[in-house]
Design a protein. Structure first.
Length: 275
């Protein structure tokens, strides 16, 4: 079974969202393109076959892996475990060319750990830029408390990934990355910032946290090893999700043609974060 939502902006195709359980454990956006048609996502790259475009992925939900690949085990390192979960598509609440609303069950070992309500919307900005507005709410509908972790919370410093994640195309030169005040991977990784820009060959992505809670999550950034940006739910400590509780996050990503400078990126970020 394959479910697909095609996204367009001003009549131009800008993204494809696919849920195909026979191909992978979670739905994802790929390809996502600029208005001029430049791809800004990558699917199953050789360096990390479990990277799937733009998605919501978490390596540790109550000990289950919803990221893919190996699991980091304290005092042991990355280990292949039979602990993988699936984000099961439960239904579309809305599906239009400019966005959709989806219900998902995060399941492992026959149990639903979390119920997700996901909303994705396309926002027209200019003739050379549009924005992808993605929000997700994760609800623990069970009777037991659980928590969300990361390789960092399990003993691997600096590897606090998990949550919203965007895998960009790998090019001959590493992309540029900057926030409102800092430049470079080492400077921005693991820090909080209202927005963060990633710029490649003819394209730019500006990621903005659109709620106070989202802006408190540090950015996970890679440019040298591979180009990827995430907003970390559990950067250095586990995130509790008590029974009946809901975790909500919202990221708006500006997708622009060309290399944006800091002032232009900041202007776009201000515009989308307050929309």
């Amino acid at each position: 079974m394959t479910n697909t939502a095609l996204l367009s902006c001003a009549g131009r195709p800008v993204g494809r969202y696919t849920y195909a359980p026979e191909q992978g454990p979670r739905p994802y956006l790929h390809p996502v393109t600029t208005l001029a048609g430049t791809p800004v996502t990558e699917e199953r790259p050789a360096d990390h076959p479990h990277h799937l475009g733009a998605c919501v992925a978490v390596p540790d939900v109550a000990g289950y892996n919803f990221w893919g690949g190996r699991t980091f085990v304290r005092d042991q390192g990355p280990t292949a475990l039979d602990n993988h979960g699936t984000q099961r598509h439960l239904g579309w609440k809305l599906r239009d060319p400019d966005g959709f609303v989806q219900e998902l069950g995060w399941e492992a070992d026959g149990t639903e750990l979390l119920r997700e309500h996901r909303t994705v919307a396309v926002v027209a900005l200019t003739d050379t830029a549009w924005a992808l507005d993605l929000s997700f709410s994760l609800t623990n509908r069970g009777e037991r408390d659980l928590s969300i972790g990361s390789p960092a919370t399990n003993g691997r410093p600096g590897a606090g990934y998990g949550g919203f994640f965007w895998r960009a195309p790998k090019e001959p030169a590493a992309p540029g990355v900057f926030t409102g005040t800092l430049d470079g991977e080492q400077a921005v990784h693991g820090r909080t910032a209202d927005w963060l820009a990633l710029t490649g060959d003819g394209w730019s992505l500006v990621f903005a946290g659109a709620t106070e809670e989202t802006r408190r999550d540090p950015w996970f950034v890679r440019t040298t090893e591979y180009p990827g940006v995430g907003s970390s739910l559990a950067a250095d400590r586990r995130l509790p999700v008590p029974a009946g509780a809901t975790v909500v996050r919202r990221i708006v990503t500006v997708v622009a043609d060309g290399r944006l400078d800091r002032d232009t990126a900041a202007a776009y970020a201000r515009k989308v974060a307050t929309a």
